[in-house]
Write a protein that binds this ligand. Structure first.
Ligand code: ADP
Ligand code: ZN
Length: 719
């Protein structure tokens, strides 16, 4: 009997041997179910023919072939590549592609109704027969809600043949986007940019574009134009990757206004039925455009022809759990392997991307101005050492004045602070005790809502105590530093009449609440918005003319490689919320580091100057993008054992030219959820194979099962 090798969706590296039963035709990429130990598991045929390593007598047979087009060879190659680059097992990466196993089975039809030839009580059934004249099959619930008829009336009509039951199948999402539904006249700059992408689509092949333009410059319309081209010529599928949080209703609405239908969506809050339908429609090629969060990159597209990564600089593209990968970087690889164009769009491109532009690897498309000539906001620095807030307050007199002026002009103000809750630290005035999480190296954050202290790392929470848990002194606990709730209290004090709204992930914690909050802002039902970084992404609020950044220094500490860059990006994005239409915007940065380069460059809006200076610094420190990094994170419940294993690993590190091993050292977050953490950082010259170095190093070590070693290639987070 012939043999094939199947990669299953379990954490395994190898594709296993299976017999192909008589009568089953199997080829590369076919979706199958196979036995693995006592279980039946899903997988994909990775190789066919040959001998197999296992004796034929011991080999088990494939149980079932699923009725789907086979996985594209590019996709298979991509899975192999992602696994090897990120040092993850291939089966685990395949699992990301096959994340909806139920979708392997054909979808079950639902019952719908159409008009039949029978007759029954024309008076009573008139509304229904009129509704059904158009011949479209409808589900029972659709008929009852449209006509107000009862379910039993409909059953009776079926019995008399007035209505007839038919099978209906859910329709593939975004199967027929219309490229000519409502095209926009592009500006000259937009046209030039779109033409360059379209030229590449025409010619075929891989090319990475950086679509660089301030928020509101019309980047979205440019890539829509390229998408329209692919749709018009029926060339294949398009994927738009976005940070989950930017996947907003307003974006979906805009897509629908341009193409006449909504895009297919792929994100964490789809229902199981939506997930199943979307997955199948992508695999069969019916769905043309997918807008999704990072995991959408791994879906097995039938025929992917272009990728867009919007907000390419966003740290959310890095997945830090389970399988660690950077979706932005992997997307570029996917495009390269598939020989298709990829568009990275951003107002604040990452240094890595800019470096690739400077080296001539990526093509730069610039949109210098805001669309329609809306002016850029004016940015001022408030030096908190000079313009001091009053005690236990966080808004400087200048900022208070500016907010007042904004209210007088009947416009909206936004106060930005990237910290949830009321206060990040609770301290005892008597004994100095700090309230810490019992399981993490982290302070507990006070939340007035719910009267709780919370850990933002593990979710631990407790009622805010009335006395110090250490010295038991009463009324001695004080809140230190601000969170958005505290700023909201301060705002109430200064502007008692103003209508305020807090926008933070724990408050607007459902999609609906967020939409409602955003609508209230748009409709002008709010005067002052106090928000965390959810406010920074993509939303368009024409009435906001004053933006106050409460603590511009917040992101700068922490010793993270990209702290300054991230800070620049976030502050720039927030500043971009001000004055997007006719109204001029003003931005105020409150800082204790007024002379810092980041502050100056933001104030002068000198982004390229900032990136160049940042590049110089990274180059002299031999840091990415001028070198490669990888991290080993060693964790365990037993503190001493974790440390000893880390030391053992550190000692075993091979010597190699151009590679440096730093550590082990206790992680900055030394404990998370009760697990102790040690870190080792590996830095290698750019042309070195850091994965091979690590594999040879770790391959020979015996690591006790109670300690875990996680490999993070190109780490973004250094905690
Ligand atoms: P970005 O993606 O760079 O933030 P958008 O594409 O969202 O910018 O454009 C900003 C605003 O300008 C949007 O409201 C958009 O509809 C509008 N706009 C952009 N280009 C055009 C155009 N060519 N014609 C009409 N409106 C446009
Ligand atoms: Zn905790």
């Amino acid at each position: 009997m012939p043999v094939c090798r199947v990669l299953v969706t379990s954490p395994v590296e190898k594709a296993y041997d299976y017999l192909i039963p008589e009568g089953m035709e199997l080829g590369l990429g076919d979706y199958v179910t196979v036995p693995l130990g006592p279980r039946a598991v899903h997988g994909v045929v990775w190789d066919v023919g040959g001998e197999g390593e296992v004796a034929l007598s011991k080999m088990k047979a494939v149980l079932q072939k699923h009725d789907l087009p086979p996985m594209d060879a590019t996709q298979m190659k991509f899975i192999d590549w992602v696994a090897s680059y990120n040092m993850e097992r291939r089966g685990s990466v395949l699992k990301m592609a096959l994340s909806v196993p139920q979708a392997l089975e054909p979808s079950q039809p639902m019952t719908g109704y159409i008009l039949g030839a029978g007759e029954y009580n024309p008076e009573k059934t008139k509304a229904i027969t009129e509704l059904m004249q158009d011949g479209l099959p409808r589900r029972l619930s659709e008929i009852t809600s449209a006509t107000g008829a009862s379910a039993s009336t409909i059953k009776t009509m079926v019995k008399h043949g007035v209505l007839q039951a038919v099978d209906i199948f859910a329709k593939a999402p975004c199967a027929h986007p219309n490229p000519n539904f409502a095209p926009k006249d592009l500006s000259r700059e937009q046209e030039i940019a779109a033409e360059k992408i379209i030229a590449r689509i025409d010619k075929g092949g891989f090319e990475t574009f950086l679509l660089d333009g301030v928020t509101g410059s019309g980047k979205t319309e440019v890539y829509f134009e390229a998408i329209a081209k692919i749709i018009a010529e029926n060339r294949g599928q398009v994927l738009i990757l976005m940070p989950e949080i930017a996947l907003s209703n307003s974006f979906i609405r805009r897509f629908a206004e341009r193409f006449g239908v909504k895009p297919a969506l792929w994100h964490s809050s789809l229902t199981p039925a939506q997930r199943r339908l979307t997955w199948r429609s992508i695999v069969t090629g019916q769905t043309k455009v997918v807008v999704g969060a990072r995991s959408a990159l791994f879906l097995p597209y039938a025929d992917l022809k272009m990728i867009v990564v919007d907000e390419e600089h966003d740290p959310a593209f890095k997945q830090e759990e389970v399988t660690i990968y950077n979706a932005r970087d992997m997307a570029v690889v996917r495009a390269h392997q598939g020989k298709i164009p990829i568009v990275l769009a951003s107002a604040t491109p990452s240094l890595e991307t800019m470096q690739n532009v400077w080296e001539g690897k990526y093509t730069l498309l610039s949109l210098p101005d805001r669309f329609g000539g809306a002016s850029k906001p004016e940015i001022k620095i408030i030096d908190l050492r000079i313009d001091k807030p009053t005690r236990q307050h966080f808004m400087s007199p200048v900022l208070i004045d500016e907010v007042q002026k904004t209210l007088d002009a009947k416009q909206q103000a936004l106060l930005f602070l990237n910290r949830r809750g009321f206060a990040p630290l609770t301290l005892c005035r008597t004994c100095g005790h700090r309230m810490e999480c019992p399981k993490c190296t982290a302070w507990l954050v006070e939340h007035k809502r719910g009267n709780q202290l919370q850990c933002h790392h593990c979710g631990f929470s407790m009622k805010t105590p009335v006395e110090c848990v250490n010295c038991h002194d009463k009324d001695s606990l004080v809140a230190c530093g601000p969170g958005v709730e505290r700023i909201a209290e301060e705002v109430k004090e200064y502007f008692p009449e103003a209508r305020t709204l807090i926008l933070a992930s724990d408050i607007t914690d459902t999609h609906d609440k967020l939409i409602e909050a955003l609508d209230r802002i748009k409709n002008g039902d709010v005067d002052i918005i106090i928000g965390t970084q959810i406010i920074a992404k993509g939303h368009h609020f024409p009435q906001i003319t004053c933006v106050g950044i409460i603590d511009a220094d917040l992101g700068l500490s922490g010793g993270d490689l990209r702290a300054t860059e991230r800070s620049y990006q976030l502050l720039h994005q927030v500043a971009g919320r001000a004055g997007r239409e006719q109204l001029k915007g003003h931005v105020f940065l409150q800082t204790y580091n007024a002379e810092q380069r980041v502050m100056q460059m933001i104030a002068e809006d000198d982004r390229d100057g900032f990136l160049e200076a940042e590049a110089d610094e990274r180059q002299s420190a031999k840091m990415p993008p001028f070198s490669r990094l990888a991290a080993l994170i060693i964790t365990g419940k037993d503190e001493a054992q974790t440390k000893n294993v880390a030391i053992m690993i550190g000692r075993a590190s091979p010597r190699a030219e151009g590679v440096q091993v730093l550590g082990p050292a206790p992680a900055q977050m030394y404990r998370i959820r009760g697990q102790f953490r040690q870190r080792i950082l590996i830095r290698a010259e750019k042309n070195l194979n850091i994965q091979k170095f690590i594999a040879e190093w770790l391959g020979s070590l015996k690591i006790p099962s109670s300690v875990r070693v996680v490999i993070d290639i190109d780490p973004q987070n250094f905690l």
